[in-house]
Design a protein around this ligand. Structure first.
Ligand code: 572
Ligand code: ZN
Length: 349
């Protein structure tokens, strides 16, 4: 197969192919990027296996991948912030910049955002890709392109912990010990949380979390969320001040509400069913705020500083590495739930 711009393309549900595409040229304000590393996210796997997430339906072939980094290979007209050879992390969503959300500074809520690997927009699991220069962040020499790609999930956590207002001395519950739960643990720790408990139904994930420094973990075994909440309270010594729900599972969201202290806050990060039954009176009468979370907002610079300063070490999240040519194998592994973060290297070697 010709390999001018080898790319990972999903044609339709269950149909993933490696194919060559033309090399895109950078438009005004854009850079062309020779892609370095792209992590596989749950949504990439979900689009491939289900063909849709909510209202977003894959109707035409789409390149996957949005947790990405690379090296600037060309600059478009008017770009002064970056030059050829700069290593960058790519923030995958470009908002419209003119709607009321963009103008008021909440660009993550822009309804017109163009986001990598969200239909109909192509992602960046390719050799070459073009992106708005101001949504690319230059990496210092000592920050690797693998870490650059991991700034994407880390930014989700920076936003979630900010939505929960996690601070000094807080007791924090994190539901779900997958990649997003783990970056939330690291970020909550950085923000000064005193005690952090992680829950999951999978003991292997909790074991991995403990290797990354989790001190408190609970394997969820009860089907009664009140029982699980009681177990969490016993471990923490009191209810959690703030909870970040990363599983999206209905029983876990119910547990999150019961386990959070009156006056506290539950941030919903995990993706699950469109509609779930919740103990809403329990939340309302105890002033437990239930907050949404949409990706991230001005979080890449913070995530980069956290990594560059050594405050967090995201590298151990990567459990499996593949070359772009092996992407179909990598996606099979991701579908089987192998490891934690699977990273694909797009460099021609
Ligand atoms: O890394 C960002 C990210 N965001 C996800 C999922 C995976 N990764 N979100 C959940 C799905 N929504 S969406 O609006 N959508 C498919 C565009 O339902 C976006 C945020
Ligand atoms: Zn993602």
């Amino acid at each position: 197969m010709a390999d001018v711009n080898l790319s990972v393309i999903m044609y339709k549900k269950g149909d993933l192919r490696l194919e060559d595409l033309p090399v895109p040229e950078p438009k005004q304000g854009e850079v062309q990027i020779s892609m370095a590393n792209v992590g596989i996210c749950g949504s990439d796997v979900h689009f491939w296996t289900n063909g849709e997430i909510g209202d977003f339906i894959v109707k035409a072939p789409m390149v996957l991948g949005h947790e990405a980094s690379g090296v600037v290979s060309k600059v478009g007209q008017g770009v002064t912030s970056l030059k050829v050879g700069d290593r960058v992390a790519i923030e995958p969503g470009e908002p419209c910049r003119i709607c009321k959300y963009c103008k008021s500074g909440r660009y993550n809520l822009c309804p017109e955002v163009v986001f990598c690997a969200t239909p109909p927009t192509n992602g960046n699991l390719s050799r070459f890709y073009t992106h708005a220069a101001d949504f690319c962040y230059k990496l210092p020499d000592h920050v690797s392109t693998e870490e650059g790609a991991l700034l994407e999930p880390l930014s989700v956590a920076v936003h979630a912990c900010s939505r929960a207002n996690i601070g000094l001395g807080d007791k924090v519950l994190i539901c779900g010990a997958g990649p997003i739960g783990l970056v939330n643990m690291m970020t909550a720790r950085s923000r000064g949380a005193a005690d952090i408990i992680l829950t999951d139904i999978d003991e292997k994930r909790l074991e991995f979390a403990r290797k990354l420094g989790a001190k408190l973990t609970l394997k969820v075994t009860s089907s009664d969320p009140r029982v699980t909440a009681q177990q969490i309270e016993e471990i923490l010594g009191e209810p959690a001040d703030k909870t970040i729900e990363c599983s999206g599972a209905a029983p876990s969201i119910r547990t999150a509400i019961y386990a959070t202290a009156s006056g506290g806050c539950v941030v919903l990060v995990g993706l699950g069913a469109y509609s779930v039954e919740l103990p809403i009176l329990n939340a309302a009468l105890r002033e437990v705020d239930i907050r949404g979370n949409m990706r991230y907002l001005n979080c890449y610079p913070t995530a980069l500083s956290m990594v560059a300063s050594g405050q967090v070490d995201v590298k151990p999240l990567i459990t499996h590495r593949y070359k772009l040519e092996q992407s179909l194998e990598a996606f099979e592994a991701a579908r089987r739930g192998v490891g934690v973060k699977i990273m694909i290297n797009c460099e021609r070697k």
